[in-house]
Write a protein that binds this ligand. Structure first.
Ligand SMILES: [Zn+2]
Ligand SMILES: [Zn+2]
Length: 261
């Protein structure tokens, strides 16, 4: 399994991309920034997008990925197929009503036609695994102001967990503890410690918050934990706060990271 970071920040600034991870070249976990990180050809390799929730920083590039393949798609090129957006059914409803609604953006689920559109929507259910391109993906509900799931990924005998945006939560740690060969976890860490209240009301974690969460991980220190969703403007202070936790096998992701298992 190869996980390439497209963007790992909870804010967009020059040099800082929004959340998006590319798995084995064809599966995207959230769509904050792939069009800023990939060539057109690489973008066309994306066949499946798993959306954790509908906040704009996780869905924005669904719009531009679709647009970027619309011209080739309309000529009927076979090597430029559609992509499928997988998410909870309430999230797909939100995408239909508020995003791909012909007001905010064209409805690419009907372009070039309803029978063979550029975007297909497919609903997933909490804790029900589905297999795409050789990877089994299981959505795990987490704690956020809107419906949100992290994802357990499994390829052969290797597992990986992406928590997506979350505040204090339990189920994903139970799932992590049940995996026989867990190779890593990507975990929310959005605000510095003095913004703990903001984290609580917005469903995010601080360095102190992740220390409380990681106490629930039985394999702490044995499984690498990668932090994402840091606010770029507070990255320096958060780096100091994360180091001060002195927890083993824990670090912030960077935008050029590529994780291989
Ligand atoms: Zn969010
Ligand atoms: Zn977010």
């Amino acid at each position: 399994m190869r996980i390439k970071v497209m963007g790992c920040y909870g804010g967009q600034l020059l040099g800082f991309h929004l959340t998006s991870f590319l798995v084995n070249d064809s599966i995207l976990l959230d769509a904050g920034s792939p069009t800023e990180a990939l060539t057109l050809e690489e973008q066309h390799g994306i066949r499946h997008i798993f959306i954790s929730h509908t906040h704009l920083d996780h869905i924005k590039d669904i719009a531009f990925l679709a647009d970027n393949r619309s011209l080739t798609q309309m000529t009927g090129s076979e090597d430029n197929p559609c992509f499928t957006v997988h998410s909870l059914k309430e999230n797909l409803q939100t995408l239909r009503e508020h995003f791909l609604n012909n007001d905010i953006w064209p409805d690419f689920t009907k372009i070039p036609n309803s029978k063979d559109p550029i975007i297909k929507l497919s609903s997933i259910e909490p804790e029900v695994p589905i297999e795409v391109d050789g990877i089994t993906v299981t959505p795990i509900p987490v704690t956020h102001p809107v419906p949100c799931t992290g994802f357990l990924l499994e390829q052969k005998d290797v597992q990986f967990i992406y928590t997506a945006d979350t505040g204090h939560t339990d189920r994903i740690w139970q799932v992590a503890n049940a995996q026989p060969n867990l190779k890593g976890i990507i975990l929310d860490c959005s605000f510095p410690n003095d913004h703990e209240h903001l984290g609580e009301i917005s469903g995010h974690l601080t360095p102190n918050g992740i220390a409380q969460e990681l106490a629930k991980l039985e394999l702490l220190g044995k499984v690498p934990v990668y932090l994402y969703h840091m606010k770029p403007e507070t990255l320096n202070i958060m780096t100091v706060e994360v180091q001060a936790l002195n927890l083993p096998n824990l670090r912030m992701l960077t935008q050029v990271d590529e994780l291989l298992f």
